[in-house]
Write a protein that binds this ligand. Structure first.
Ligand SMILES: C[S@@+](CC[C@H](N)C(=O)[O-])C[C@H]1O[C@@H](n2cnc3c(N)ncnc32)[C@H](O)[C@@H]1O
Length: 247
């Protein structure tokens, strides 16, 4: 598996596919995590793959101590700009979630919102979970907001076309049943330019995620199909997992 995320998570991704900054939705998602984990105000929270910081902002508005980590410098700059404009000082770290530049046992909660997991080899995905386990205090929580593989497979689409003001985006998907990886070619058509990037997202079923989490020192406490707490089922587009560090 090549290291494709560097070219995939670029400015076009930020402008198009990365979920829009909708304050109400951000608040709902953060409140969901706070309620389900019951973390207190003196807790320390790590948002991994924080992107441009849409959840960091809400955590800090609620006076939680939060650190954001992402490997994309431009996304972090955008998060920094936004927090400066609101007069807030955020802790932002540029780094790779597979090897966290952070001390052991310091966080009470680690969050990965909006499909920020499943981009690597199975070994590296497990390494990421072990790293999360290392930086979490015993009894701390991990929150994963993933795509629901079973829904994707049930309604599998090979081609999707999306229209944006500046370009048309063609997505071509292929699912490799042997590896569980959804391979996507994203082709941006501009007036005089065509740009192609790829994504390889390993889609884990809930049963697989539960097993991998157990193997890396977690116990799954709850799973939902959306932020309204609907039970996970074949119609759920998301898979929201709350797991406790029991190591
Ligand atoms: C789908 S986006 C989600 C962003 C953010 N959580 C949100 O909900 O707006 C995934 C994020 O993970 C980051 N990312 C991907 N691979 C990473 C890695 N190895 N280490 C750190 N961040 C990574 C990307 O730069 C991107 O910001």
């Amino acid at each position: 598996m090549e290291d494709w995320p560097g070219s995939y998570f670029d400015q076009d991704y930020l402008r198009t596919l990365l979920i829009k900054d909708d304050p109400q939705r951000n608040i709902q998602q953060v409140n969901f995590v706070l309620t389900e984990t019951g973390v207190t105000r003196d807790s320390l929270i790590l948002d991994l793959g924080c992107g441009y910081g849409r959840h960091l902002e809400v955590f800090s508005q609620h006076s939680y101590r939060v650190v954001g980590l992402d490997f994309n410098r431009n996304y972090l700059l955008k998060a920094r700009e936004k927090s400066n404009s609101k007069g807030r000082n955020m802790d932002l770290i540029q780094g790779d979630m597979r090897k966290l530049p952070l001390q052991d046992n310091i966080f009470d909660l680690v969050t990965l919102f909006f499909t920020s997991f499943g981009y690597f080899t199975e070994e590296d995905d497990a390494k990421t979970l072990l790293e999360i386990n290392r930086v979490l205090r015993n009894g701390g929580y991990l929150f994963l907001d993933l795509e629901n593989r079973d829904h994707i497979i049930r309604y599998f689409k090979t081609d999707e076309i999306r229209e944006y003001p500046a370009f048309t985006l063609l997505e071509r998907h292929r699912f490799d049943i042997h590896t569980g990886i959804q391979h996507t070619r994203r082709i941006y058509f501009r007036k005089e330019e065509k740009k192609e990037v790829k994504r390889e997202l390993r889609l884990y079923s809930f049963a697989e995620m539960k097993r991998i989490l157990e193997e890396t020192g977690f116990l799954v406490e709850k799973v939902f199909g959306d932020y309204n707490r609907t039970a996970l089922n074949l119609e759920s587009t998301r898979m929201l997992i709350l797991a406790k560090n029991v190591n």
